[in-house]
Design a protein around this ligand. Structure first.
Ligand code: XMP
Length: 510
């Protein structure tokens, strides 16, 4: 399989670089910038990309490279810090930029390089740097410039070494994807072949090879990742896979049944469903503090999974739906580390008897997981669901949780989702849901005074959920949703729309 190695210098967009390369249909992996040369050779990439990073090349302890990497005869694209480092190592020099460029900048290329093939001479690019290339070594030349930067892009055509001062991976760079495609297809000669339709056979074979004649246990959470991991393992090892679906009763309307139906009826898998709402609700009774809710739910989930697993006895593998961003973000991929303290529900069960962990999705991005799910025959509506937090509706009910509040929230949330889908916005709005606040206010219905709950609607647009903007939903849509919810769901008499971005707010209310 053709592949690209992305060497990570710690820039904030590094995961995006890898995602864009994969979107171009070329497999790639992110590794730390100091990956030893013999490991690079063993990985056998067809090309290398150096990412950007927060360091400057003048610093004493700035990340460096073994210069022998340039002798491997591989095409290389250096982005931002990656470009500066390449220049510095190969006979050129860098200096502090006179004009710091940050944000959208107009750039003009000279039309002479394959890197800009088919791209308008002048357009908008995303820059973020305070250092620039001052001079280039033998064999290099400038192929694009901005007002403040002579070497906005450079090439050494003979050695297939390229550098760009801008970030092609960021969507603000209008022709970013075209530039990556030009590098991958035209300069490196790679083919657009990494698709889930091509990968599914390989993924099944890999699981079979790993599991051999062993048995596998998997905890289904109701989320997309564990469902796709289950579907993949089922195709690979059939009945030797046992899935335990702990339904904590905090899922959205009909969601538990939909997951069970998809697994059982559509795929023919046998799953053990544990309906544990009562257990969760009694543990959560009177608890109002968000982090305590999360902790209780995580622990209870594991305890129930353990007691079910004990009934099954010893298994060879415990399967997990870990995906590639989790691998990279937990520091195993590259230099970048992102801390996601509250997003892991539970941790590993310590009383389950298993020999090894199997993570069949650990090489895939979320979009790839969804496409793989489709290839494996999972229904579209399950695979394309928006993200849903592990602790479920518990963190969307502000204050203490009761069965009545859950039922109110489920009904209101279902109406909101239905109307978003009707308006055709269910794929463009990245996450949307209702929150039941613990605020009550006075209203009037018919001739009667009411004193009922205020419901908040939240809808956000985001690339990575680290930052998000509130969706500018059409007023007409908000109006329909508001009228329907107040008309159809008892005990809600007021609706608010959340118009804060993240930061300073977060996506969820708790
Ligand atoms: P926040 O609220 O941190 O949410 O802006 C960002 C994304 O993470 C999801 N989220 C969670 N997911 N367990 C999860 O599995 C959690 O405890 C949790 N809290 C937030 C949230 O839905 C959004 O997609």
């Amino acid at each position: 399989m053709e592949k690209v190695l992305v060497l990570d210098f710690g820039g904030q967009y590094n995961l995006l670089v890898a995602r864009r390369v994969r979107e171009c249909g070329v497999y790639c992996e992110i590794k730390p910038y100091n990956m030893p040369l013999d490991e690079i050779r063993a990985f056998a990439p067809n090309a290398i990309i150096f990412t950007g990073g927060p360091a400057t090349v003048f610093e004493e302890d700035a990340p460096r490279l073994d210069p022998a990497i340039f002798e491997m005869g591989l095409p290389i694209l250096g982005i931002c810090y990656g470009q500066q480092l390449m220049i510095q190592e190969l006979g050129g020099s860098c200096r502090k930029a006179e004009v710091r460029e940050y944000g959208k900048v107009e750039l003009t290329h000279d039309g002479s390089s394959e890197l800009f093939f088919g791209i308008e001479p002048t357009s908008v690019y995303w820059m973020s740097h305070g250092v620039e290339v001052e001079s280039v070594g033998a064999g290099f030349r400038a192929i694009a410039h901005t007002k403040g930067c002579v070497y906005a892009a450079i090439e050494n055509k003979e050695k297939k070494l390229y550098g760009v001062q801008f970030h092609p991976e960021v969507l603000h760079t209008v022709y970013g994807t075209e530039i990556l495609k030009n590098f991958l297809y035209r300069i490196c000669g790679l083919k657009n072949e990494w698709t889930m339709a091509n990968y599914v056979g390989e993924a099944i074979a890999e699981c079979r090879a790993k599991v051999g004649s062993g048995s596998v246990l998997l905890a289904l959470s109701g989320g997309v990742d564990s469902a796709v991991a289950a579907a993949l393992l089922y195709r690979a090892v059939g009945e030797r896979l046992t899935c335990i679906f702990v339904d904590h009763g905090l899922l959205r309307k009909n969601e538990g049944d939909e997951v069970e139906h998809a697994m059982k009826e559509t795929l023919g898998m046998n799953i053990v469903r544990v309906n544990a709402q009562d257990r969760f609700l009694s543990k959560l009774a009177g608890v109002t503090e968000p982090e305590r809710k999360r902790k209780i739910i995580g622990e209870e989930f594991i305890r129930i999974f353990e007691s079910e697993a004990k009934k099954i006895g010893k298994v060879d593998f415990l399967a997990q739906g870990t995906i590639y961003p989790d691998v990279v973000e937990s520091g195993m991929g590259g230099k970048s580390t992102v801390i996601k303290s509250h997003h892991n529900v539970g941790g590993l069960p310590d009383c389950v008897d298993f020999k090894e962990i199997i993570e069949p999705l650990r090489r895939l991005f979320k979009d790839e997981v969804r496409q793989l799910g489709i290839e494996l025959g999972l229904p579209e509506n399950l695979v394309w669901r928006q993200p849903f937090p592990g602790p479920g509706l518990a963190i969307r009910i502000i204050g203490d949780i009761t069965e009545e509040k859950l039922s109110i929230l489920r009904d209101a949330d279902a109406i909101f989702r239905e109307e978003i889908a009707k308006a055709g916005l269910d794929r463009s709005v990245n996450q949307y849901f209702a929150v039941l606040t613990d605020l009550r206010s006075v209203g009037v219905m018919g001739d009667d005074r009411t004193y009922d709950y205020t419901l908040a609607l939240r809808a956000v647009e985001t690339q990575d959920f680290m930052t998000a903007d509130w969706s500018r939903l059409p007023y007409e849509l908000l109006d329909t949703v508001s009228r329907r919810i107040v008309g159809e769901v008892k005990h809600i008499n007021r609706i608010c729309y959340d118009i804060t971005s993240k930061p300073p707010a977060t996506v969820e209310w708790e």
